[in-house]
Design a protein around this ligand. Sequence first.
Ligand code: GLN
Length: 178
Amino acid sequence: MDIGILALQGAVSEHKSCIEKAGMNVIEVRTPSDLQGLSGLIMPGGESTTLRNLLKNADLWKAIDESNLPIMGTCAGAILIGKGKDETFSKINMEIDRNYYGRQKDSFEKNILMENKEKFKGIFIRAPAIISIGAKTKPIAWVDDNIVGCIEGKNMALTFHPELTNDLTFHKLWLKEL
Ligand code: GLN
């Protein structure tokens, strides 16, 4: 399976190594033609406003918007596939609020609880927060009682950075859906 990683900004090489370790082929996506033949696309963290502008300048915004490509969005990527004040792809019915925890210095690490009650090291970098989710959106990760990850159809949004750990759990969870 070919998995695309949006390679305009952010943690591209880290996601790449996770996907390769999971046994898939990686295509770095910079132009609309790079989307051809992909089974899924990872939208990495970075800065959502910049990412939106870069996507539009590369003609990728429309191409992704009109495609049914399954997306795994982490942090800024999650902001762009949810619903917020600014324009998004709205692939997942969830309201997501950017910079919820404050500034860069308010970044933190905290254990995440998964559905099976196992823990996952949560790295939150100027993270957004999931404020609410729709009836068809399934929560898959929590910190305290707050949802930090969810899945709807083949799209997955995580407010943290699984690619910065050595744990492939969430990448594999998404790949299983494709
Ligand atoms: N705060 C960033 C934004 O608003 C997201 C941070 C991240 O992706 N680590 O886009």
